[in-house]
Design a protein around this ligand. Structure first.
Ligand SMILES: [Zn+2]
Length: 351
């Protein structure tokens, strides 16, 4: 068997699924939810393997080596059907795919087209739907009947980045598995073990990951992305010290990116910016063990003495509000400029 199904963290979820599989109490529909890059897709894949592995009937664990496990891992097992925004984008021009916001009714219909057929070669048919939070109402309704009365040999697994925006009628018909950020130490251990990272690098990456093992592992493979992020962080930190005109130019650039479809990048920048100010607050509050940017402890210690903690806290909340405004389609440039106006000011008297 693979230890904890080869998943970093989420031990309770793996134990829960394993136990229900052994006890013959597996649900016919699951909703795996949580922030991005936590390991939701991997958990769904492992569940599909466990449901069909040649050796899992007694142990509840997928072996990872039998024909079924290997085919499922490669995405070529005919009884495991996967759909989501990525499959919906196949055959669509990249610029049009980038504009797609919802999972469409046709995608759901294609995904479940042969749900009533018996398994071709395994015990169960498993239908995995990624990005379920993007189901529009029509698409969600198209799957309600199947969710309500699935064929006896079918398991539906919905994977959602948040469960909040899903229709209650869907949520109520699924066994929920809410994944939470993985403790830093577990991610660091995994990075040392599986990626042979030195302890210091593993700790740093784990701290930056915000509990997202998928992000940490991706960064090991794409160091240039990590370098770009550090550069961006420096720019964001600098916004507190540059003339207003320059800061507003930054807002203008971000707004432009936002309007051209790079929303995710702007949200990531806001999250990064917030992580910095949260570190300032944690350092000022005397809990430096929780900080994200552990390589910048000394800078943080200096800054923590230069700001009013209440102002820092307000700014952190302001960044949440800014993200919310963007989601509510407030003019992005105005929203970002407004955030800039709330940047904490150095208290010269205390320096
Ligand atoms: Zn197997």
């Amino acid at each position: 068997m693979i230890e904890n199904w080869g998943i970093i963290g989420h031990r309770w979820a793996v134990d829960f699924l394993r136990t229900s599989l052994i006890g013959g109490r597996a649900s016919h529909a699951y909703l795996i939810s949580g922030p991005a890059q936590l390991g939701k897709a991997l958990l769904a894949l492992r569940l599909a393997q466990a449901l069909n592995c040649d050796s899992s009937e007694l142990s509840g664990d997928p072996c990872g080596e039998c024909r079924s496990c290997r085919q499922i891992a490669r995405g070529i097992q005919p009884d495991v059907r996967v759909a989501g925004m990525a499959s919906q984008a196949i055959g669509v021009k990249p610029e049009d795919a980038a504009k797609q916001r919802d999972l469409k009714i046709d995608t759901v219909r294609d995904w479940l087209a042969d749900v009533n057929l018996k398994p071709y070669e395994s015990r169960r048919r498993v239908f995995i739907l990624h990005d379920a939070e993007r189901l529009n109402e029509a698409a969600a309704n198209a799957m309600l009947k199947t969710l309500e009365e699935p064929p006896p040999y079918a398991t539906l697994v919905l994977v959602a980045n948040t469960s909040g925006e899903l229709m209650a009628t869907i949520v109520s018909r699924c066994q929920p598995l809410k994944l939470r950020p993985v403790p830093r130490a577990e991610i660091a251990t995994a990075l040392r073990t599986h990626k042979q990272l030195a302890a210091e690098d593993a700790d740093l990456l784990a701290a930056w990951s915000g509990g997202r093992p998928g992000w940490a592992f991706q960064m090991v493979e794409t160091p240039d992305v990590l370098a770009a992020q550090q550069e961006q962080l420096e720019q964001l930190i600098g916004l507190a010290n540059v003339p207003r005109g320059e800061a507003f130019r930054w807002a203008e650039e971000q707004a432009k990116a936002y309007r051209s479809g790079e929303q995710a990048k702007v949200f990531a920048a806001l999250a990064l910016w917030q992580s910095w100010w949260r570190d300032v607050m944690l350092t000022a509050g005397g809990v430096p063990g929780q900080i994200t940017h552990i390589d910048m402890r000394n800078d943080l210690a200096k800054l923590a003495r230069s700001y009013r903690i209440a102002e820092v806290r307000d700014f952190i909340a302001k960044l949440d509000a800014t993200a919310q405004q963007l989601r509510e389609n407030v003019n992005p440039q105005l929203a970002l400029e407004n955030a800039l106006l709330h940047l904490p000011q150095i208290e010269t008297a205390r320096r």
